[in-house]
Design a protein around this ligand. Sequence first.
Ligand code: NAD
Length: 477
Amino acid sequence: MKATHYLHGTRVEAGSRSLNPLTSPVDGAPLGSVAVADATVVDQAVQSAQKAFQSWSLVPVKDRVQVLYKFKALVEQNIGDLAKQVTAENGKTTAESAAGIARGIEIVEYAASLPQLFAGEILEVSTGVDCYTRRFPIGVVAGITPFNFPAMVPMWMFPMAIACGNSFILKPSEQVPFTPLLLADLLKESGLPDGVFNVVQGDRETVEAVLDHPGIAAAAFVGSTAVAKAVYDRGIASNKRMLTLGGAKNHLIVVPDADPLITAKNVVSSAVGCAGQRCMAASVLIAVGDCDAIIDAIEHEMRNLTCGAEIGAIISVKAKERIEGYIARAAARGAKIRLDGRGQSMAGNYVGTTLIDGITTEDECANDEIFGPVLSILRVKTLDEALAIENANPYGNAACIYTSSGATARYFEMKAEAGMIGVNIGVPVPRDPFGFGGWNASKFGAGDITGRDAISFWTKTKKVTAKWTSKSTNWMS
Ligand code: NAD
């Protein structure tokens, strides 16, 4: 099978080249190859989107969101097939794939409520003079997405972008190119006019063609930090509105008064859920004082999880080897490997749950985004020491605390340098209307990618000052 582009409601195979055949992370089965959209194909997508924009942008928002109601129902009906596809190309367990899609559905619901959110403001600013705002779509917009959530991350972007009246071009990760085509089919079945949603497949060449195209007004990106920064700079240089989300290194701080069982279960699900391949995954646990009972409970929980059942596959052989390299080097440096996930014998790219104790703040495990089911433990004496470590890391996606003290939690919440804070929750994903987005090297650009900020990102406002009276009391009126 070939992962084609999707232009003006049709699957199209075109472009400069194809990428190497893909294999499933789950069992190595061949999945097919991926077409690469060059600048010509990207231009075709832009032309299709521009044509569609002329009428779609004029459809009243109440009518536009009717498509999203139908789309939500179709995604719900087809969630089994969609989850199967996500699992085949990404390697997540089927339950994790379905959970990601369910989160995508929540965003569709929020976007479908746009008529309730879209109303502008009005104020009489002087006698007989009103100021008010109107929101407008910005035109043809784009989304560039990573491998780790093949359905959900695109769904962070396109439902709100198209509800706002834009036409959308998606450039999915070349490692998971098939799921977006299923979403495209469901959008068409929902009645979305051709050209409002397009897919261009490819790699860096395609991304650069999207960023350089003068017909694209804005782009959102989700991926690793180095690419997020380069994409941000290149898009800004061609006058696009840009928001790019990058990588993460999330710290969970545990204090001795935390509930051992709840903490252990929650920390483990954050660290090894989706095989640790998510930007909200716990990567470093900082134990403040004596938390040994909690750490023992964490080890016990992790030991009971098996690859292929609760632990999904790693996206590629290269990524698997990279993760195993971190474990090997930590062992060589003398860290205590309490659980070692290397050397899984089953077919597929699996790394088992790994718990590394006795690392220092200089250790690469304490600093790099490992993106695997690996939790490293740092030990400190005070909460302020823990905060200093968390705040010194260049990222700022999530930071979490486990405690039974409201005062401790609040102190942490106020001091931690991260955009998303968890209190007794290890994956603190804000739900709409709250927005998803980190700080520091985890995000470039203003605002968040979901929630209320998404409406601002995908629209522009007109501010009208109008006088409909003949009375004159000052220079303005
Ligand atoms: P990636 O940066 O390798 O790829 C992301 C996208 O950028 C893909 O579509 C890819 O084709 C494209 N790309 C890759 N290299 C490029 C280059 N040099 N120039 C232009 N485009 C390029 O990321 P990934 O490996 O697919 O995803 C994992 C990363 O994404 C992790 O770092 C993870 O933390 C991050 N992530 C962040 C969030 C968040 O919300 N902050 C969410 C999910 C994933």
